[in-house]
Design a binder for this molecule. Structure first.
Ligand code: FEO
Ligand code: CA
Ligand code: CA
Ligand code: CA
Length: 661
């Protein structure tokens, strides 16, 4: 019976106060230590990080990257294979989403007249993106450390060869100078959140990849660009005149010129340039951490958008597997993929072969949330729901066209535009799905009216939080239960679990969830269920950072339907649950960081969390943070003037017990 038990254990710690200190703060009785920070070596013979930008770009192929993000712990058994129960030795696999450029270089970045002039700086910046696989192991004193010379250690970067799998493989959309047969691409970029599979592989997701491409002015008038090419690029806002984030494409050589997606060749199909290369990014990428020489595979059947993450639904033997995904842009959508094959536990150690079976063939859906508290999964299959060659938005002549232009397909079927869908988490006690909607400054504008699932628009600056302009600045968390508790169902019932707000806001349309000083939050982003059913919430906020650094909270969340109905801003919707002491702030991070990435050992006694981009608004002349302390104690301030480092921290209870209870 999926109703038993109905809730997680009570929270067993005192709330941590909001803070602007440049340290990690955890409740009494807990410790927090740095495990794996920017620049840390992951191979024998690589020198320690010095904190002055002197390390070479090439050396970062064997060092921790920057902006640690989504992460998963895979137990590593004595046989070298995935173990669901091993809590003393594991592979920690994590994303490096982005960089804080200034802190990486001795003095840089160097550029002359808008052209990057130091190749090693670009190599370093590219190598600081991607994914780390690191072995972690408890030492004889019972403390986890990275095994810095493990043969499992690996960096995957924008230079790593990737296979294209699923419907886009071999299609015209992926033809490039790198792979005229459209079977491969190179690298992964802006790896935000993540997921994992029951066969022991890691899923890394490409989020803000579009910012890494240059497209010259006038590219849309090139006769080799069709009208549908231009419509597709426009929907993904890869616009003529756009310059890539770090101007990598200003350097000569294909490794850098590939970030320029303008038509530069003369072939009809793009086989002599990189015009189609953006259509090989924006996917869920599968990595087998147990096979360090394996080639990652982009699973194109799961669609192409600003993939935040990819979280498995409840896993049931003999039933299809499901994955939940969000497109983190204001007004974008929530998706679900349902495998064609039914889950066979005998596939649990088959690595990428199992990925081919369960992730290359299936059905993609997008969510519509109706005002009566029910919802529908709308199928995105070529030939159905108007996804045909004569569709007004795009000629959907194949499933590849749907998988490349997923946003246009979702527009066409009438999905619900959401307030920036970030992470999903699936309640292990009852299979309900929770999804963070981090914020949306455009909500309530003419292009994005209020609806039952996205019902807030207010200034947030006036006393009491008076509804007005400014959109949904504090975000909320929606949740749903699939019909019949069947993860593959095409309908569901939903409510709103929680509205972010300052505790001081008295307007009931703002602090609808009645948050207090012990649990108020803004901009929920990271979301994760512990095995005991406690829900961990991480924030990435700009609206409350005058008062507190970003934070992590824990809830005992209840279930769909236990939050009351409410009318907010004229929308008939849900109030959010009054959680009281069932929601408490656990941790506050150092200055200018985001809390993201979360995983535990199977025994729930070691919690791994990412401190992403502390001091991100500063530079080497004036660092925005000096965290971490050289001792590795995450609760201590760093040395004045020191460069901050993104890092994985490990949290343990001083009595060795289970975290959170
Ligand atoms: Fe990379 Fe939407 O967070
Ligand atoms: Ca995020
Ligand atoms: Ca965010
Ligand atoms: Ca961030």
């Amino acid at each position: 019976d999926t109703d038993t038990p109905t809730n997680a254990p009570k929270l067993g710690f005192n709330a941590t106060a909001k803070s602007l200190a440049d340290v990690v703060t955890v409740p009494p009785g807990y410790s927090a230590n740095v495990l794996y920070a920017l620049g840390d070596p992951i191979a024998a013979g690589v020198a320690v990080y010095l904190g002055n930008g002197s390390e070479t770009g090439a050396s970062y192929a064997q060092r921790a990257g920057d902006h640690h993000d989504g992460m998963h712990y895979f137990g590593l058994g004595n046989d070298g294979k995935y173990s669901l129960t091993e809590s003393g030795r594991g592979l920690l696999v994590m994303n490096h989403e982005n960089i804080t450029q200034s802190y990486l270089h001795a003095a840089g970045p160097t550029s002359v007249g808008g052209v990057r002039t130091v190749e090693d700086e670009i190599i370093k910046e590219m190598n600081c993106h991607g994914v780390s696989v690191v072995e972690v192991r408890k030492n004889p004193a019972g403390k986890f450390a990275v095994v810095s010379d493990s043969t499992f250690n690996r960096r995957i970067t924008p230079f790593t060869d990737m296979d294209l799998n699923g419907p886009v493989r071999g299609s015209k959309f992926a033809v490039s100078k790198l792979s005229p047969a459209a079977t491969k691409t190179r690298g992964t970029i802006n790896n935000c959140a993540n997921g994992y599979t029951p066969w022991g592989t890691y899923l890394t997701c490409e989020e803000n990849w579009k910012f890494y491409f240059t497209r010259v002015a006038g590219d849309n008038t090139n006769p080799l660009r069709s009208a549908s090419d231009n419509a597709a690029f426009a929907r993904y806002t890869i616009n003529p005149g756009q310059v890539d984030n770090f101007n990598w494409a200003s350097m000569a050589g294909d490794q850098y010129q590939r970030w320029n997606c303008s038509v530069t060749g003369s072939s009809a199909n793009g086989a002599d340039d990189f015009r189609n290369l953006p259509q090989t990014y924006g996917y869920v990428v599968e990595i087998d951490p147990f096979n360090p020489t394996s080639t990652p595979r982009k699973r194109t059947a799961l669609g192409r958008f600003g993939h935040e993450g990819c979280w498995p639904g409840k896993i049931v033997a003999g039933k299809p597997l499901t994955f939940y995904m969000g497109d983190d842009v204001a007004g974008e959508y929530i998706y679900k993929f349902v495998s064609t094959a039914n889950w066979d536990p005998a596939d649990a150690n088959k690595g990428m072969t199992a990925g081919d079976k369960y992730m290359d063939s299936g059905t993609l859906y997008v969510a519509r949330y109706d005002a009566d508290g029910t919802g529908q999964w709308l199928e995105l299959t070529q030939g159905k729901n108007g996804l045909n060659a004569d569709n007004a938005l795009f000629p959907f002549t194949s499933q590849a066209a749907v998988c490349v232009n997923t946003r246009l397909a979702a527009d066409s079927v009438g999905a619900t535009k959401m307030d920036r869908p970030e992470w999903a988490a699936v309640n292990p006690l009852n299979g309900e799905v929770y999804f963070t909607l981090t914020n949306n400054s455009s909500r309530g504008n003419a292009s994005m009216p209020l609806d039952a699932a996205n019902p807030r628009r207010y200034t947030g600056t006036a006393a009491g939080g008076v509804p007005g302009t400014g959109g949904n600045i504090n975000g909320h968390i929606i949740r749903w239960r699939e019909t019949g508790d069947n993860p593959a169902a095409t309908s569901f019932t939903w409510d709103i679990f929680l509205f972010g707000s300052r505790a001081g806001y008295t307007n009931p349309a703002v602090n609808a969830s009645e948050l207090t000083a012990d649990n108020d939050l803004s901009s929920p982003d990271g979301l994760w269920f512990a095995p005991n059913g406690q829900l961990w919430i991480q924030t990435d906020d700009g609206a409350y950072t005058d008062t507190t650094n970003c934070m992590m909270l824990v809830a005992a969340p209840g279930k769909v339907g236990d939050g009351g109905a409410a009318t907010l801003n004229g929308q008939s919707t849900f109030k959010g649950k009054s959680l009281g002491t069932d929601l408490r702030r656990f941790l506050v991070g150092p200055k200018q960081c985001e809390l993201t990435g979360i995983t535990m050992t199977p025994d729930s006694k070691a919690l791994f969390v990412q401190i992403q981009h502390p001091g991100e608004n500063g530079n080497i002349a004036a660092p925005g943070s000096n965290w971490p302390n050289v001792s590795g104690d995450a609760t201590q301030a760093g040395t004045a003037g020191a460069r901050p480092r993104s890092a994985t921290i490990i949290i343990t209870k001083n009595d060795g017990g289970v975290i959170g209870v």
